[in-house]
Design a protein around this ligand. Structure first.
Ligand code: GLU
Length: 449
């Protein structure tokens, strides 16, 4: 059941009607509209000129065919997407996801979230997202390269450092960004470094970009804990996933003195009470590209691998869902609350179902929504764009310092906004409203476009 202000109900009804079947997109819009009732009660002008209706309709949606030839000489066809959702604050900015579950609704939910997330960073970036239903798992290097080249052959006409700047997401890391950038450069005959972020260091990438999402999410949770006089030291943590976000979340938690005892992939999870051996996870996932079950096989001793099941049954003080959308349900949230969780920070995009969020908030658990907690990745992408624009390259320390300051600022902005709107401690409301107000102010200045 939703708690949408009655003035916003017709807007939601139209979004649901016009985007039938796009359940994740509906979920993302409902969550934001639930927060906006309080804004239009205080500042009714933000409902004028169909501003909220315009915000829910992407500025442009691009869908294209991606043909490529596999190692057996067979022609494969995938579908490519780029949703250029909102450019009020800057060029469209957001990652590309290569995963078989990708469809227009998924890209729209991600693009919609990205608008508010990017606004919260305080940096000049609009919101967009893209990707393909291509499944990189089990594909050879050559197949991945040919797919990326074909994908970019179409996408390049829609990109530019002042137009649209993609980066990585699930299934798109440094390797794929390299192939995409190479093809862009070849097709356009321009060394336009600022057209993609998450690049390798030798061709215009930023230090700390690889680490940024996980590091940033951990900084965010650390700020939430501090409001209650707590920190990570000695706390048991569970981090779902074992991709880029999870790996660098585990690393930063360890630097903060916490102990990460479990992580996962889509097949199952591992529990290592002595603390996850990060070098082993990196080797398995980043170098060998194997399943996490290999961890238990290699480490032995008291490490367990549980096929299927829920990682959220593992008792912990801090939970950081860092795998994918809707991975943590109401039932999982109840198990975590029963086991005494004190803070939850979303490293992934929308990993907690609406039910789960209600459980956490109802139980007084500190809850950091993805659009605030995982904004460190895209924020550091914007820092990469700054370095590219000035043809400069910053040190790791300087970049991480900027990231830490941005995350503190996002935390404080969300907390202060929640307070201002009569819901202290509600980071969901704070993030939605603070992000919205920035975008809405720029949209209002531009008139009806
Ligand atoms: N895919 C990341 C996100 O969800 C990063 C996007 C970017 O760096 O542009 O925010």
């Amino acid at each position: 059941m939703t708690k949408i202000d009655e003035k916003l109900e017709p807007i939601l009804a139209e979004v649901l009607r016009r985007n039938a079947g796009e359940t994740e997109f509906h979920q993302a819009v409902i969550e934001v509209l639930e927060s906006l009732g309080r804004v239009i009660a205080k500042k009714p002008y933000y409902a004028d000129h169909a501003l909220i209706e315009r915000l829910c309709e992407p500025e442009r949606q691009i869908i294209f065919r991606v043909p490529w030839v596999d190692d057996q000489g067979q022609v494969q066809i995938n579908r490519g997407f780029r949703v250029q959702f909102n450019s009020a604050l800057g060029p469209y900015k957001g990652g590309l996801r290569f995963h078989p579950s990708v469809n227009l609704g998924i890209i729209k939910f991600l693009g919609f979230e990205q608008i508010f997330k990017n606004a919260l960073t305080g940096l000049p970036i609009g919101g967009g997202k893209g990707g393909s239903d291509f499944n990189p798992r089990g594909r050879s290097e050559g197949e991945v390269m040919r797919f990326c080249q074909s994908f970019m052959t179409e996408l390049q006409r829609h990109l530019g450092e002042y137009t649209d700047v993609p980066a990585g997401d699930i299934g798109v890391g440094g390797r794929e960004i390299g192939y995409l950038f190479g093809q862009f450069k070849r097709l356009t005959n321009r060394y336009e470094a600022g057209v993609l972020t998450g690049k390798g260091l030798v061709y215009g990438g930023s230090r700390a970009r690889t680490e940024a999402t996980g590091f940033g999410a951990t900084y965010f949770v650390s700020s939430m804990l501090a409001t209650k006089g707590m920190d990570f030291d000695g706390r048991k943590c569970v981090v779902s996933g074992s991709g880029n976000v999870a790996i660098y979340t585990i690393e930063k938690i360890r630097q903060f003195g916490g102990i990460v005892i479990a992580c996962s992939d889509s097949n199952g999870y591992i529990v290592d009470e002595s603390g996850i051996d990060l070098d082993l996870v990196k080797e398995i996932k980043e170098i060998r590209r194997e399943r996490i079950s290999q961890y238990a096989r290699r480490k032995g001793n008291d490490t367990h691998y549980i096929e299927g099941g829920s990682i959220w049954d593992v008792p912990c003080d801090v939970a950081m869902p860092s795998a994918t959308q809707n991975e943590l349900t109401g039932k999982d949230a109840r198990a975590l609350v029963k086991n005494g969780v004190v803070a939850v920070g979303e490293g992934a995009n929308m990993p907690c179902t609406p039910d789960a969020v209600r459980e956490f908030q109802g139980a007084g658990v500190l809850f950091g929504p993805g659009k605030a907690a995982n904004a460190g990745g895209v924020a550091t992408s914007a820092l990469e764009m700054q370095q590219n624009a000035s043809r400069d390259s910053w040190s790791f320390e300087k970049t991480e310092e900027r990231l830490a300051a941005i995350m503190r600022n996002i935390h404080d902005t969300c907390a202060e906004t929640a307070e201002e709107y009569g819901a202290p401690g509600d980071y969901v409301l704070g993030a939605n409203i603070a992000g919205f107000e920035r975008v809405a102010a720029a949209m209002t200045a531009f008139g009806v476009i």
